[in-house]
Design a binder for this molecule. Structure first.
Ligand SMILES: Nc1ncnc2c1ncn2[C@@H]1O[C@H](COP(=O)(O)OP(=O)(O)OP(=O)(O)O)[C@@H](O)[C@H]1O
Ligand SMILES: [Mg+2]
Length: 243
């Protein structure tokens, strides 16, 4: 079972969009995928057009069983939803005295080897819960939006992963340029800079597309909403790279 976090400290870089569409892409390629939303915004549910009553917070509180906490969002795609209630979860983790970094991993042990992939969407910033995520996954996929400032933030983030790597072996495996626009020359400059620093880890970019920002209003993945659009190919391609 591969466990991959979609993460970047910076907000609005396409983490949730990428988590949902890569999870859907892997499921379309006939894998079983558990998508876990660790963000209090609970956007994964919105993007998939589902409205679960229970999710990760309730699982961590112990008020639902691991089976009850998960819903079927699509064929092969299962969701452990996020919600505002995770704020309490984060508080609770912070007050523990033992295994403080392992609370999430201990809870998710119940799903071990039940799915081909676990994809975790993370919140912007760096909370005790995001640290817990890096103690659970083996791989990190980092969406980086094509702005100069996004690059600065990314270097800090990659240093933090380096530190956790010494304890767990977690690694940045994919760096995904997002909001890519060929007509804007800085897009290519930023990709070159990323390749200079991180070489092969940098994948093909995800294009800028208004279709991606429209799809959530319909609760559809990009494949369902606009399967013929170029950006849909970008996500199919990215799912293949992850495979
Ligand atoms: N390639 C793209 N082209 C155009 N719009 C995009 C693209 N990717 C994402 N968006 C839109 O940009 C906004 C931010 O994307 P998203 O929510 O995926 O980012 P995020 O990193 O998860 O944000 P947060 O840090 O708040 O969780 C959303 O409205 C989304 O629909
Ligand atoms: Mg998000």
């Amino acid at each position: 079972m591969r466990k991959i976090a979609i993460a970047n400290r910076k907000g609005g870089v396409g983490k949730t969009t990428t988590a949902v569409n890569v999870a859907a892409g892997l499921a379309l390629a006939e894998n079983t995928v558990l998508l876990i939303d660790t963000d209090t915004q609970g956007h994964c549910s919105r993007l998939l057009g589902v409205n679960p009553e229970k999710g990760l917070a309730e699982l961590m509180e112990g008020t639902v069983t691991p089976t009850e906490a998960v819903i079927t969002a699509r064929e092969g795609l299962f969701l452990l939803a996020g919600s505002k209630r995770l704020e309490l979860t984060i508080k609770d983790i912070s007050q523990r005295q033992y295994r403080i970094e392992h609370v999430l991993a201990d809870t998710l042990q119940a799903y071990e080897d039940k799915y081909d992939y676990v994809i975790i969407d993370t919140a912007p910033g760096f909370s005790q819960l995001s640290i817990n995520v890096f103690f659970y996954v083996q791989e990190v996929l980092v969406p980086v939006s094509m702005e100069i400032l996004a690059l600065d933030g990314f270097k800090d983030f990659s240093n933090e992963i380096e530190v956790i790597n010494q304890y767990t072996g977690v690694e940045i495996r994919y760096i995904v340029p997002t909001f890519y626009d060929r007509r804007v020359s800085k897009s290519d400059e930023i990709i070159e800079q990323l390749q200079g620093h991180f070489g092969e880890l940098v994948t093909q970019p995800i294009r800028y597309s208004t279709r991606l920002s429209e799809a959530p209003a319909f609760g559809k993945t990009i494949f369902e909403f606009s399967g013929k659009e170029k950006v849909s190919e970008d996500y199919t391609q990215l799912s293949k790279v992850v495979l």
